[in-house]
Design a protein around this ligand. Structure first.
Ligand code: S3P
Length: 186
């Protein structure tokens, strides 16, 4: 079983994923890092030189290959991974999906000086965050097994809450198998 962290850019998937994997003695896997290694360039350049469609195809291939082989791993996926059903199907089959949530204001504050997110390289990044979240929220909330807010909290506190909620999910999982776990969502 794996733990898969989803959520919008800037919700803390990388930091929380690393801390959670250490706490659980799980391996940590970052899908965006594998994409950059495979393509030998940063994501911002992949978008610029090859386009978002190309990036999404590489992302889906790496999600399929990596997540279907992973075990006892905490895996962070990029903020757009939940948009494709085939990605969500692989995630659901191979792990418990934890959504890290944050408000647009908090996300903006965290990312306002960031230069690595191609989708936010626009004149009004705050507006873009609001509009992307409004189209994506349904995908985030529909695909997850549990939700943890990362607004104005310490990373340690967030990790504790995930572990507590995971213990409940694992009990459900052992009792009802994957289907039982997924049916008793959130
Ligand atoms: C994206 C999020 C990014 C990265 C790419 C696209 C998105 O990952 O995959 O820039 O569509 O939200 P993070 O969520 O780790 O920033």
């Amino acid at each position: 079983m794996n733990i898969i962290l989803t959520g919008f850019m800037g919700t803390g998937k990388t930091l929380i994923g690393k801390m959670l994997s250490e706490r659980l003695s799980y391996k940590y896997i970052d899908i965006d890092t594998i994409i950059e290694e495979r393509e030998k360039m940063p994501i911002v350049d992949i978008f610029k030189e090859k386009g978002e469609g190309y990036f999404r195809n590489v992302e889906s291939n790496i999600i399929r290959e990596t997540i279907s082989q992973a075990n006892k791993s905490v895996i962070s996926v990029g903020g757009g991974a939940v948009l494709r059903k085939m990605n969500v199907d692989v995630m659901k089959k191979n792990g418990i999906i934890v959504l890290l949530a944050a408000t647009p204001e908090v996300i903006y504050e965290r990312l306002k000086c960031d230069t690595t997110r191609p989708l936010l390289k626009v004149n009004n990044p705050k507006e873009k965050i609001v509009s992307l979240l409004s189209t994506r929220n349904a995908y985030y909330y529909d695909s997850c097994n549990l939700i943890v807010s990362t607004n104005n909290r310490t990373p340690e506190d967030i990790v504790e809450e995930i572990i507590l909620k995971l213990e409940i999910k694992w009990t459900e999982f052992r009792e009802g198998g994957v289907e039982g776990c997924l049916q008793q969502k959130k």
